[in-house]
Design a protein around this ligand. Structure first.
Ligand code: C2E
Ligand code: MG
Ligand code: MG
Length: 767
């Protein structure tokens, strides 16, 4: 019967005869096998002689009459028993219809004595189905119509597939299988995907969608090696069109037992992706079915569009995945976090946002190398991921910052407890190449109670603020963003706005604080300190706003203005006091070292104002050096090449180890005032100051003291070997005009630096 698989109009007459002959063979006890046309219908030359046994002539005539009557009256056809001349006949009538639904005749099979069994009925109907198709093909118009409708179908499917997105593509696949199956009158259609890695075939779409799909679904995922039929589809390259003769009696029986239907024909069209078979598009008919080339071509066209769609969706999903995940740890990224957070804030549940930042990660990254740093981050990401509850969420913000969202987190105490548990988990030692590294972290927490309408970004920035407080309080702790912090944050953000205005307008000023030789009072240098002429609060010291400037990046603009202004002022003083070897010191923030043109900028200011490098000194804090030692060291060397001195400010509070110091391009250490003020009273402070002074001497670095407020300190410093310093005792920072008398005098009177002796007037009053 495979002969008429690719039937065309030329041989349909022969096909039809073959069908009837085969039908005769499979129903050996049939006494009548006939094709009866509806009156006035043409079957385009495929009419065939009825096969009627000699004893059945009369019965056939009655049957024909009845069938013709039924066909004319469009009555339903079917199987029935009929008593003719006292003999019972089992008659089965199956309509022959064109694809457009017109009934043009009927296939009749009859025998006497017994009705047809269920199985026989479906077999005969299957033949009727094939006959219908052959009839359709026999009808030239039918062929053209069929072809045209196939073309329309393909373009309709193409249009739908082209506009499919990752979100609706399952739906589109189901729709595609449905319209194809309906068009081809298939009983079942499906799309399966081959997972060659796992060796399984996976159901992607089906029609009709089964009513109650068992769980697990035996058709959902099938191992290739579990079933020869699935194995056959694994590397299928060409359409496979199993027909009646391809199925074994056994197999048919099995299908029948399982479904009550007789499987007769099918089609499996491979979805080819390069050299491999991506999957298969399948159609099953519980009836005979012949396929015409146009149909197979159409299915192959649809198959290739399905593969293209899948390739496009895969690419989209990959891009979407990348857009929402962090490469290194595979955790959700910032964008995904914001989406999730917004979603969670929309539900009526309490949510806690925890920002976890590793303590001094940069240092360890530089010290152990980036590969090690990456491994540490991956390990920590895994630890957090596996330690939180399923309803919690973790993302990586980038760098060494992670965010954890805790679900249903209402009490501050509870959240704190979770945060400390997390700190413990993170800090557990990590084995990296045989080396155990353990790393503490700091956590900032912001809590949004259900219905509080907080914005995700606000929560993040509050948690971030709290995290900085945790760092400032000594790291390795968790801090909740509470009312006190909230108020400070509010002040901060209004301050930021105003500071921006001040920077853009001319709200900045420079004050200068002199440094003198403690032995002679001679002026050595002045330190430029920025001031903000605040519209309502008067002149603000740097300490009041420099942090905000650093956090907001405004410090970059401020720093440029300060340096240029200091150079301009120095040029004026050099002109007015040509004999004074005055040095101007300028502070620079760590952030300023990120700009690649910093050294070039310094050089330009020097040239513009005609000031030599040895009249300038740049002060940086120890923190700046420690965090990015190599990079900063290069820039400092650039300054030194210009003749500019480099001072390490607030020395003793940072983390530079004493031994590292000798590799740093630094000329001067400035003793932090927190130690200086203690040297007369606190043994510990005195010990530190003493060791720093010795260190300076050993490394040939000058050491100067900050924050000298009384003469006792001057005495003590001189005793310990430090002979230069600045502080309120000598002078507060003052404006450039106010400074003139001291510049003119070249220093301060020695009396200022010595303990006040009873004055002469006082003594004489006594005497
Ligand atoms: P610093 O460089 O260590 O400056 C010394 C700070 O201590 C100044 O505060 C100064 O007014 C204050 N001070 C000086 N002598 C005494 C004293 O005897 N007792 C006390 N209690 N304080 C004294 P100011 O001007 O508020 O500056 C604070 C910090 O802000 C500076 O510390 C410096 O790190 C930074 N800063 C100041 N101006 C600038 C600038 O133009 N750029 C940058 N990047 N940072 C600056
Ligand atoms: Mg300073
Ligand atoms: Mg200082």
């Amino acid at each position: 019967m495979g002969n008429f698989r690719h039937a065309d109009t030329m041989n349909v007459g022969a096909e039809a005869r073959l069908i009837v002959e085969t039908l005769r063979q499979v129903t050996p006890r049939a006494e009548i096998v006939a094709v009866i046309t509806a009156s006035g219908r043409s079957m385009s030359g495929i009419e065939i002689e009825p096969l009627v046994g000699p004893k059945s002539k009369n019965a056939f005539e009655s049957i024909r009459e009845r069938v013709e009557g039924q066909l004319a009256g469009k009555e339903p056809l079917g199987s029935f028993t009929w008593v003719l001349d006292d003999v019972e006949w089992g008659v089965l009538i199956d309509a022959i219809e064109l694809l457009d639904g017109q009934i043009i005749g009927a296939l009749v099979v009859a025998r006497h004595g017994r009705a047809w069994s269920q199985r026989e009925c479906s077999l005969i109907r299957a033949f009727g189905g094939v006959f219908s198709q052959v009839a359709t093909l026999a009808n030239r118009e039918g062929v053209l119509l069929h072809q045209r409708r196939l073309d329309e179908l393909v373009s309709q499917v193409a249009e739908r597939l082209m506009s499919a997105t990752a979100a609706n593509h399952k739906e589109v696949l189901n729709w595609t299988t449905r319209v194809l199956a309906e068009f081809l009158h298939s009983d079942v259609a499906f799309l399966r995907r081959n997972d060659h890695v796992r060796g399984v075939s996976i159901l992607e779409a089906e029609w009709p969608i089964r009513d109650d799909i068992p769980d697990p679904d035996p058709l959902g995922e099938v191992r290739f090696d579990n079933d020869p039929i699935f194995m056959a589809t694994k590397d299928l390259r060409e359409p496979f069109l199993p027909g009646f003769e391809d199925t074994t009696e056994n197999y048919m029986q099995r299908v029948e037992d399982g479904s009550g239907e007789t499987l007769i024909a099918g089609a499996a069209v491979p979805l080819l992706l390069g050299d491999s078979t991506w999957g298969v598009l399948g159609f099953i008919h519980f009836a005979l079915r012949s396929w015409v080339p146009a149909e197979i071509n159409a299915l192959q066209a649809v198959a290739s569009m399905l593969v293209q769609l899948q390739a496009r969706i895969d690419a989209e999903e990959r891009t979407a995945y990348n857009a929402y995940h962090d490469d290194l740890t595979d955790l959700p990224n910032r964008r995904a976090l914001l989406r999730e957070l917004t979603h969670r804030l929309g539900t009526r549940r309490d949510t806690a946002v925890l920002i976890l930042d590793l303590d001094r990660f940069k240092v360890m990254n530089d010290f152990l190398g980036h590969a090690t740093g990456d491994r540490l981050l991956i390990t920590i990401a895994d630890r957090i991921r596996t330690s939180i509850r399923a309803s919690d969420y973790v993302a990586r913000l980038g760098g060494d910052e992670f965010v954890v969202l805790l679900d249903e987190a209402s009490s501050e105490m509870e959240v704190q407890a979770s945060a400390y548990r997390l700190l413990g988990i993170v800090a557990g030692p990590v084995n990296i190449g045989g080396q155990f590294v353990s790393h503490t972290a700091s956590i900032g927490i912001a809590i949004a109670l259900a219905g509080s309408n907080e914005a995700g970004l606000d929560l993040l920035s509050w948690a971030d603020g709290a995290m900085y407080v945790a760092k400032a309080r000594g790291r390795n702790q968790a801090v909740v963003f509470d009312e006190v912090l909230r108020q400070a944050a509010n002040e901060r953000s209004s301050m930021e706005l105003m500071l921006r205005e001040a920077v853009e307008g001319d709200g900045l000023r420079l004050h200068y604080q002199p440094e003198v030789d403690l032995r002679t009072g001679r002026l050595l240098s002045v330190e430029a300190l920025v001031r903000w002429q605040h519209p309502t609060q008067g002149l603000l010291a740097a300490a009041k706003f420099i942090n905000v400037a650093e956090e907001t990046g405004l410090v970059l603009e401020i720093g440029r203005w300060v340096f240029a202004e200091a150079c301009r002022q120095l040029a004026i003083w050099r002109r007015d006091y040509p004999d004074l070897p005055l040095i101007v010191r300028v502070n620079m923030s760590p952030a300023e070292f990120a700009a690649s043109d910093l050294v070039a900028f310094v050089e330009k200011c020097m040239l513009d104002n005609n000031v030599p490098g040895d009249r300038l000194c740049i002060e940086i804090t120890e923190h700046a050096v420690v965090d990015e030692a190599d990079k900063v060291a290069n820039i400092l060397r650039g300054f030194q090449d210009l003749g500019v001195e480099v001072a390490l400010d607030d020395f003793g509070t940072g983390f530079a180890s004493m031994t590292e110091l000798k590799y740093l391009p630094v000329d001067l250490l400035k003793l932090d005032m927190s130690f200086v003020e203690g040297i007369t009273t606190d043994d510990y402070d005195r010990a530190i100051v003493e060791s720093i002074i010795r260190l300076g001497q050993a490394l040939h670095l000058s050491v100067t003291a900050e924050g000298i407020e009384c003469t006792e300190i001057v005495e003590k410093l001189l005793e310990l070997g430090c002979d230069r310093g600045q502080g309120y005792l000598i002078s507060r920072p003052i404006g450039s005009e106010e400074l003139r008398p001291m510049l003119k005098a070249g220093g301060v009177p020695m009396s200022l630096l010595r303990p006040a002796k009873p004055t002469l007037e006082f003594a004489s009053t006594l005497s």
